[in-house]
Design a protein around this ligand. Structure first.
Ligand SMILES: Cc1ncc(COP(=O)(O)O)c(C=O)c1O
Length: 367
């Protein structure tokens, strides 16, 4: 029988979360960011729930191809544009929209000489210094893009380094640079990611780019998606492979990190860092066994974890284990692993099976 380590994906939650984005940014159109296989939630399971988005955005041409293979006809933006000029024909074929973040990409499009897309998104580096043309070259490149065959519109976008903290001083600087760079240029504006959608209405503008919140996860440093009225779209589950009595004074797991301070009942669950459950996670991290709160005890191995079953003394082999999702927010698990929830959901490995099913409980409540 297959190993019961399963990422349960809740498309109804994704649809609900898209609705929350619409409510939060009522004057903007919504670009649904589905890169990294819908942030580890699987494109094929999530796309039907995102049919109400105005467009999709991905990082790579392979991700865009996967969208088209699934028969999805929504407009798709390549957030990094095309680096290899050889990919321009593919982009045209797949009817993709391009980000242009570098002068070299303008040259490549001009050299291509044939229409690729009627709408281009000119990305301006307003101060994050990752991707984007310099503010001073924006007007020139905007004009050159509009001269390319088939191009009818050039939209204007930028990305903010600290959107989760609207009062951060970098924000005002980035915003001022962007507004100065695009003054007088025609085109719709797109600045807001998930954090800005919920935290910073002043920059919603024409388009918002919604990523992590579609999956029910908070982009903010504190709190959870539920606090924002979102529903978690993934429940990561496994089952107990063994239930063992461990006497006081014994060490549990690799390195003997955890020492039993009293006689304990220890459950061994079929999930480890080979599945994407982080090895860096701390002893005491919550885990649900039969829906009851228990705690991790000992280092995460490649295929297994060990759990202090004090919270579920009647547990037996085969009982269900929840690692995150539902009432166990992935945001809390990420904090226990000293990472961000984006990383946890994106790095689930291929041996975990995926299953679409309705969200387990109504956990959405705006505080
Ligand atoms: C350019 C760009 N826009 C939007 C997003 C979506 O961000 P979030 O998931 O925080 O909404 C990302 C994600 O990394 C991005 O790189």
């Amino acid at each position: 029988m297959a190993r019961n380590t399963i990422a349960r994906i809740h498309p109804d939650a994704v649809a609900h979360n898209l609705g929350r984005v619409r409510e939060s940014a009522p004057g903007s159109r919504v670009m649904a960011v589905v890169k990294a296989d819908a942030y580890g939630h699987r494109l094929d399971l999530c796309l039907p729930a995102l049919a109400g988005a105005d467009m999709l955005a991905v990082a790579t041409i392979e991700e865009a191809r996967a969208i088209r293979r699934l028969g999805n006809g929504l407009p798709v933006l390549l957030l990094e544009g095309v680096t290899d000029p050889g990919d321009l024909a593919v982009a045209a074929d797949l009817e993709l929209e391009l980000t242009v973040h570098h002068r070299q990409q303008v040259k490549a499009l001009a050299a291509f000489g044939r229409p690729v897309t009627p709408r281009i998104w000119l990305k301006i580096d307003s101060g994050m210094h990752r991707l984007g043309v310099e503010a001073a070259e924006a007007a020139e490149l905007h004009a050159r893009l509009l001269e390319l065959p088939g191009v009818r519109r050039v939209n204007l976008m930028s990305h903010l380094a600290c959107a989760e903290r609207p009062d951060h001083r970098l924000n005002a600087r980035q915003l001022a640079r962007f507004d100065q760079a695009v003054a007088g240029l025609e085109g719709e504006h797109c600045l807001a990611n998930s954090a800005a959608i919920f935290n910073w209405p002043a920059i919603h503008r024409d388009w918002v780019r919604a990523g992590i919140v579609l999956y029910g996860i908070s982009p903010l440093d504190a709190g959870t998606g539920t606090d924002l009225g979102l529903q978690p779209a993934m429940t990561l589950t496994s089952e107990l492979l063994a239930v063992n009595r461990v006497p006081a004074g014994e060490h549990i797991g690799y390195g003997g990190r955890f020492v039993a301070s009293e006689d304990m009942l220890v459950g061994v669950a079929a999930i480890g860092y080979g599945d994407g459950y982080p090895r860096s996670i701390a002893d005491g991290t919550p885990v649900l066994v039969n829906g009851q709160h228990c705690r991790l005890a000992g280092r995460v191995s490649m295929d297994m974890i060990t759990i202090d079953l004090a919270g579920c003394p009647e547990a037996k082999i085969g009982d269900p284990v929840v690692l995150w999702g539902g009432v166990l927010p992935v945001e809390d698990i990420a904090r226990a692993a000293d990472t961000i929830p984006y990383e946890l959901v994106c790095r689930i490995t291929r041996r975990v099976r995926y299953r679409a099913q309705a969200a387990p409980v109504a956990v959405s409540k705006v505080k």
